[in-house]
Design a protein around this ligand. Structure first.
Ligand SMILES: Cc1cc2nc3c(=O)[nH]c(=O)nc-3n(C[C@H](O)[C@H](O)[C@H](O)COP(=O)(O)OP(=O)(O)OC[C@H]3O[C@@H](n4cnc5c(N)ncnc54)[C@H](O)[C@@H]3O)c2cc1C
Length: 366
């Protein structure tokens, strides 16, 4: 049986960032990925926004790793020639009673170490984005966008430069924690058994399923998986805004926002719908609700310019109506099983936080 010092399950942005950080720390790393390419799930089905770290509970992993990850991501993108733009973002109060929410959001951001938000009056907001309608807004200057695929390719390159590699079409089917290491079983055409000292589970939507397949891990430490799909619509022609435009957040997500891509095109989304399994089908039946949400801040938008684009699914670990969960990065100190690290609930801002999550996980192994 082959021996590898560390196996990372899943080659999304977070798995690749963890693997690259672990390889940089001098360990031997293999990434096992079930699909035939890297980043085909959540890491390529998101808004590609570099989040500032505004909304999360101060002191939580989401708040800390987002704030740190944002700085690291801007620096990494600059250094590696990954396309990005520091667009800035407006959070808009579309009803008078939402203005107080903006103040709460700003206070929360300040408590999380993000002190650069600027309160804008209606006139100031209109001065920088003429197309929008609002009572007031918050400007987040440090928000931006990034090419998530270029990020993942750079991380894979980093991993390889430090002696690691990604093995595609290799789904991890079961693992067993034994005295002499963790035995990882894979399916696919070349089914194999590999022994490892460290197993880092970055399987995203499937992370709870992979953890349930680890014999020797106390199953009390494996959360139930919940899925919340979000739909995106694209806008033909040029974007009416340069900044990203967000309404005040809604339960389960950040509200149907406008993001701009690196080519200057706008898209709207994602909404939040709870589903039972991983199915990316686009359900266009709620277009009118979607349009109404967009028109709260872009009243003159032409419905004929909006068309279905794609969906993404949030890897949730709490269900509808429950308070938002923090990222869960469970190491041996949490669950008592040596060598195993499970990452659960790595929804937004996981892309922004990926480099900081990588460092955090590499530290857990040292
Ligand atoms: C709608 C939406 C919008 C978002 N917008 C943003 C945003 O704008 N900014 C931001 O910072 N974050 C955003 N996020 C969050 C971000 O996309 C995720 O946190 C991040 O991509 C998660 O990466 P990951 O590597 O954990 O998961 P994934 O990208 O899902 O990767 C998991 C990988 O594991 C593989 N895998 C699964 N099971 C197995 C197995 N048994 N064996 C081997 N491999 C396996 C999968 O094939 C997959 O490649 C958004 C998320 C969603 C859903």
């Amino acid at each position: 049986m082959d021996n590898v010092e560390c196996i990372v399950v899943g080659a999304g942005a977070v798995g690749l960032a963890c693997a690259a950080a672990i390889a940089r720390s001098g360990r031997e790393v293999l990434v096992l990925e079930s699909e035939d390419a890297i980043g085909t799930h959540t890491s390529s089905r998101n808004s590609e926004v570099i989040h500032a770290g505004i909304y999360y509970r101060p002191g939580s992993l989401k708040a800390e790793l987002c704030r740190r990850g944002k700085e690291q991501l801007y620096a990494y993108a600059r250094d590696r020639g990954i396309a990005f733009r520091n667009t800035g973002k407006l959070i808009v109060a579309c009803a008078r009673d939402q203005v107080a929410r903006l103040e709460e959001i700003r206070d929360n951001a300040t408590a999380s170490g993000v002190g650069d938000l600027k309160f804008l009056t209606q006139k100031e907001a209109k001065n920088i984005e003429a197309a929008i309608s609002c009572h007031a807004a918050l400007l987040s200057p440090s928000t931006g966008i990034v090419d998530s695929h270029a990020l993942m390719l750079a991380l894979e390159g980093d991993l390889e430069a430090h002696g690691g590699m990604v093995v595609l079409q290799t789904p991890v089917s079961a693992c067993s924690v034994e005295d002499e290491g963790i035995i990882v079983e894979t399916g696919g055409s070349d089914a194999m058994h590999v022994r490892t000292r460290y197993l880092v589970n970055c399987a995203g939507l499937r992370a709870p399923a992979v953890a349930r397949g680890i014999r020797g891990l106390d199953q009390a430490f494996v959360p139930r998986a919940y899925y919340a799909i979000g739909h995106y619509y694209r806008l033909s022609g040029r974007s009416p805004c340069e900044h990203l435009i967000y309404p005040v957040p809604e339960p389960g997500g950040l509200g149907i926002h406008l993001t701009v891509d690196l080519g200057g095109q706008a898209k709207f989304g994602p909404d939040v719908r709870w589903i039972d399994g991983v199915d990316y089908s686009f359900d266009d039946s709620r277009f009118e609700t979607f349009l109404a949400a967009i028109r709260t801040y872009l009243p003159d938008i032409d419905a004929d310019r909006i068309a279905p684009d794609y969906t993404g699914i949030r890897p949730k670990i709490v269900g509808p109506g429950e308070a938002a969960a923090d990222f869960r990065i469970d190491g041996p100190k949490d669950h008592g099983t040596p060598g195993v690290v499970n990452l659960f609930g790595i929804e937004s801002p996981g892309l922004t936080a990926s480099l900081a999550i990588g460092d955090y996980v590499a530290d857990l192994l040292s």
